[in-house]
Design a protein around this ligand. Structure first.
Ligand SMILES: Cc1cc2nc3c(=O)[nH]c(=O)nc-3n(C[C@H](O)[C@H](O)[C@H](O)COP(=O)(O)O)c2cc1C
Length: 194
């Protein structure tokens, strides 16, 4: 494997095009589109094929449930009000068969969510994931039972015009996207101290 710090190596288009916008168009995302996103998530790999992911979603048209999800977000994520749908991801904490703790549950929820994001990109949609929400409130207002843990929230929609954002958000929206260089992240053979 060639390790390089260049960030312009050609990668899969869906991965390249995915990003997390804050500006969204006022445009409906259909139930059929959302079903496809969750179907993509459903086919993710998971430890023991446990499929510990659960999703709770609401479209903008479903005002009561959309607002309930929106109320769980921190103020800094208020831009998500413009999204066409919101969801929360949830991890089942124990294995179905044994009842023992599933230490891979969050990992596997992340894998499923990654599938969902790429399927969204394929549909011309964008998903912006958010850790900035009140998990205890989500548990309460969404009725998430014991044994299941809220992981993250997501805003789904068509990426909109950055000009519709406040100056601070616009600056973040149009800033160049950056990543750590590969040689900080990948070690051949054994751990390399930086
Ligand atoms: C678990 C998780 C939590 C995140 N939480 C927030 C958040 O609360 N608010 C926000 O604006 N972005 C949030 N993000 C988005 C990241 O900031 C974003 O993915 C990162 O800056 C890379 O940008 P990109 O997705 O456009 O490539 C979160 C992303 C992930 C995966």
């Amino acid at each position: 494997m060639m390790i390089t710090t260049e960030n312009k190596i050609a990668i899969n288009n869906l991965i390249e095009e995915r990003r997390s916008p804050r500006a969204f168009e006022d445009r409906e995302v259909t139930e059929e589109q959302l079903e496809l996103l969750f179907e993509a998530a459903r086919w993710a790999p998971s430890a023991m094929n446990e499929q510990p992911w659960r999703f709770i979603y609401a479209t903008k048209e479903d005002t009561v449930n959309f607002n309930r999800l929106f109320s769980c977000l921190v103020e800094g994520n208020s831009w998500a009000e413009k999204a066409s749908a919101l969801f929360v991801t949830v991890a089942k904490q124990t294995y179905d068969a044994s009842g023992k703790p599933n230490s891979h549950a969050w990992h596997d929820v992340g894998l499923a969510t990654g599938n969902l994001l790429l399927q969204a990109t394929d549909l011309g949609l964008h998903v912006h994931l958010m850790g900035g929400y009140n998990a205890a409130k989500a548990r309460e207002v969404l009725g998430i039972p014991e044994g299941y843990e809220p992981v993250a929230m997501g805003a789904v929609g068509y990426a909109g015009d950055p000009e519709t954002l406040t100056d601070a958000l616009k600056a973040r929206e149009v800033a160049p996207r950056t990543r750590k260089p590969l040689d900080e992240l990948v070690f051949k053979g054994s751990w390399k101290q930086q």
